[in-house]
Design a protein. Structure first.
Length: 257
């Protein structure tokens, strides 16, 4: 396990230097996908000390600047970002953008200029006039089941989205969703939620890695945890891979044992 603490450094005479900010290159190295994997699905979530995954319906209120840098880094090294339809609606998702800081790294890895967004949805109850569908840098995927409403499937395709079928009924099967993207060369996968979607990946045991930011805040209330839905009969064990700290926030990374 690596412990990376971007905090105050001291000289031999114990005079403290100013805390430094981790560069995007350092973060990209720390969060690089493991080599030699057929497909790798990681999640990125934030939680308060008392387990809330959001405040007033959005995660921004429990986040911080360093968390957003890691958020951008995780996108910068991913092939595709998987997100639930409810999160698209609540968070106002936009297309991923190309970032100069990751351009050379992505080109060397054979990746496009930005990760594709893959929206997981059964009903396709989405606004297909949004830029996410009409003007992305790389095509947006809509992942649904074979029983999805035909008119909504057609609306998604007319908007420019590529529709992937990953289930026999109206719902999406997590393992098939991951495989469908991998078959299109998108093997370095990242999910940003929401909690319902992450819960489905956990229940299906297809999640390989969890990047969890622990926010030093308390909210009380009845906010969702980072994962919701059906529980596993036996909890699945993950092992800590690394941890960073800044301003009281812990940026942890756990991998399947």
């Amino acid at each position: 396990m690596r412990r990376l603490f971007p905090v105050t450094y001291e000289t031999a005479d114990h005079a403290a230097h100013e805390p430094r900010e981790w560069s995007l290159d350092e973060l990209a190295d720390a969060y690089a996908y493991p080599s030699g994997q057929d497909v790798w699905l990681r999640a990125n979530m934030v939680s308060t000390l008392d387990g809330a995954a959001h405040h007033d319906g959005r995660s921004q209120g429990i986040s911080c600047a360093a968390d957003m840098r890691i958020f951008g880094t995780l996108r910068g090294v991913a092939d595709a970002v998987l997100v639930g339809a409810e999160t698209v609606r609540l968070e106002g998702y936009r297309p991923a953008r190309a970032r100069e800081a990751f351009a050379a790294r992505r080109e060397a890895a054979g990746q496009g200029p930005a990760p594709a967004i893959a929206v997981i949805t059964a009903s396709l109850n989405l606004d297909f006039s949004l830029p996410l569908f009409t003007s992305p840098l790389v095509p947006t995927f809509v992942v649904t089941g074979a029983g999805a409403p035909p008119d909504r499937v057609e609306a998604a395709r007319k908007a420019g989205a590529e529709v992937l079928i990953a289930g026999e009924g109206s719902t999406v099967e997590p393992e098939r969703a991951v495989r469908a993207l991998a078959e299109r060369g998108l093997t370095r996968l990242l999910t940003e939620g929401g909690p319902r979607l992450l819960g489905q990946f956990v229940a299906a045991q297809v999640l390989d890695e969890l990047c969890l930011t622990l926010s030093p805040m308390l909210t009380a209330g009845d906010a969702q945890r980072i994962a919701g839905g059906p529980s596993l009969t036996v909890p699945e064990r993950f092992e800590m891979a690394s941890v960073l700290e800044e301003a009281g926030f812990l940026f942890t990374r756990y991998r399947r044992s």
